[in-house]
Design a protein around this ligand. Structure first.
Ligand SMILES: [Fe+2]
Ligand SMILES: [Fe+2]
Length: 273
């Protein structure tokens, strides 16, 4: 006789799970649900089965609603969700999924640009800067890239190129925010930064990550996931702060803007775009 199947409406309890799988519906065999529930004392909380969390983690899910599925309902496909919470989640998929979050921040900046909302831009570019710091600066540069050393052919050159993209994008956002302090919305600088960021994400999704993922075994995946989760937990986003005007600093910034644009043109000529 086939096992009883449960239809479960759930909410992910991870604090930063806001976009991908915050709430949803799962079909699980009763015995699997019992096992997943045994990870938590609270009987309304269970551990997410493999692939339920699109970020690749095993998250605590809260039961919002649970019902037995009657035999006449064809649920064979859904019950295929495997009890494989022991297998390593994939850090590369996590980074690729996170690109969607980055692009949402980019869209917010673009909305403010259209509205010429300088105070909105002050906040949305700070938000973008924060996610780039956590995603590119910490998870990629401090966690993933050191693990690729000596493992991936041409790894050092590829990583250097990716790092150069990061520097370029962040320095342009910085320059744009400095101009905001003077009351200027510099479309050229932010435009260059967002174009570079979109192309960087495409490069990672379609080329760089595809290439390096072949070299990452299950053991490494586990270590990388632990480090990335820890980085996420301890990361403290920077507040946008005050947007103040200072005449002397404004003159210095004007020079800096010019230099940044020159540097960007040189970088575009020399890096592997
Ligand atoms: Fe990335
Ligand atoms: Fe990156």
């Amino acid at each position: 006789m086939s096992e009883q199947v449960l239809k479960i409406r759930y909410r992910c309890l991870h604090p930063s799970c806001v976009v991908y799988c915050k709430e949803g519906e799962l079909f699980l065999a009763e015995s699997l649900f019992a096992r997943l529930s045994s990870f938590y004392e609270d009987e309304m909380v269970f551990r997410s089965p493999k692939d339920a969390c699109r970020m690749g983690f095993s998250q605590p899910f809260e039961v919002l609603d649970i019902a037995e599925v009657k035999d006449e309902n064809p649920v064979e496909e859904q019950t295929q969700l495997k009890d494989s919470f022991g297998s390593a989640a994939d850090p590369i998929s996590v980074l690729i999924a996170e690109h969607k979050k980055v692009l949402e921040k980019v869209e917010k900046v673009e909305e403010h640009l259209v509205k010429r909302d300088i105070d909105g831009l002050w906040v949305s570019t700070a938000d973008l800067d924060n996610i780039l710091h956590l995603h590119g600066g910490i998870k990629e540069e401090e966690v993933l890239f050191p693990a690729l050393k000596g493992l991936v052919p041409f790894g050092e050159g590829l990583v250097a190129c990716i790092n150069e993209d990061h520097r370029e994008i962040v320095s342009l956002i910085y320059a744009f925010r400095e101009a905001l302090k003077d009351g200027n919305i510099n479309d050229k600088i932010i435009g260059s930064s967002l174009v570079a960021l979109r192309s960087h994400i495409r490069k990672e999704d379609n080329e760089f990550f595809k290439f390096v993922e072949k070299y990452i075994n299950d053991e490494m995946k586990e270590v990388l996931m632990v480090k990335m989760e820890r980085a996420e937990k301890v990361f403290v986003p920077k507040e946008p702060g005050d947007r103040k005007y200072n005449e002397k600093q404004a003159a210095e910034r004007a020079k800096f803007h010019e230099k940044t644009l020159e540097a960007k043109e040189i970088a575009l000529d020399t890096c592997c775009h």
